[in-house]
Design a binder for this molecule. Structure first.
Ligand code: ZN
Length: 240
């Protein structure tokens, strides 16, 4: 049986002599794996469909639980991502986070749209790549059921003033008087609000970018048990 679907290519490993096994993120069935024939030869027609971040319409042949790529039509290869090392690691981090939270064989359309949108922003705009990634991680966390509440103190509902705490179990910040969780920085709180496109205080985001990314890495790493090593690499690479 043939199945035509829009999908984002999140990873490829060698398979048999000349083939590869792709991890494809589809809207209708979440993550599926599909083999693609002959793409280790440089001249293969479908090479583009086995490249990282390829967003394409794939025609898959379905046999039980196995899929084989029959043909593909490329929408976007996000090629500018390869020309800047920070953007490249940010894009790989998006793919890594997506793989960590996306369900297998289950419909999850909004996450696919958000993932493609994040890659577009990284490839074609001047947006800060760490902020784009943090915004994506917040959204992906919410999609996976690990929503982070950024609306003031998660216990008393009051404003966050001074150095807050972050409760990793509950996924919220708490004010100084409520306490609990781990010490966090007010710049982390406001940077997360900025990345989530919420109202934030510009004077308080300074120095918060790497802290916000680090917090999201620990939070999502704990929830999904994923290693998130690309996010770690980006943290080493990027300047505040
Ligand atoms: Zn409070």
């Amino acid at each position: 049986m043939e199945w035509k679907t829009d999908a984002l290519m999140l990873g490829a490993i060698d398979y048999k002599d000349n083939d590869k096994l792709l991890t494809l993120f589809t809207a209708e069935r979440g993550i599926v794996r599909a083999s693609i024939k002959g793409v280790k030869k440089p001249s293969a027609k479908l090479n583009f469909a086995a490249q990282p971040f390829a967003f394409a319409e794939y025609v898959l042949v379905e046999k039980g639980e196995f899929y084989t790529v029959k043909s593909a039509y490329l929408y976007d290869g996000f090629y500018p991502l390869r020309s800047d090392i920070e953007r490249y690691y940010a894009a790989n981090s998006v793919a890594e986070v997506c793989k960590a939270v996306a369900p297998e064989h289950e419909r999850i359309e909004t996450l696919l749209v958000a993932t493609v949108q994040a890659l577009k922003e990284l490839a074609y705009t001047d947006a800060d790549c760490v902020e784009t990634l943090v915004g994506y991680m917040l959204l992906a966390a919410g999609e996976a059921g690990y929503f982070i509440d950024l609306d003031g103190c998660g216990v008393c509902g009051g404003e966050i003033e001074g150095e807050p705490y972050f409760d990793f179990d509950a996924g919220h910040f708490t004010c100084q008087s409520c306490g609990g969780g781990q010490r966090a920085s007010v710049s982390t709180y406001h940077t997360l609000k900025k990345c989530a496109a919420l109202e934030y205080d510009e004077a308080l985001v300074r120095g918060g970018k790497k802290r916000a990314l680090r917090l999201m890495k620990v939070f999502l790493g704990e929830k999904t048990e994923a290693d998130l090593s690309c996010v770690g690499e980006l943290l080493r690479l990027c300047e505040e």
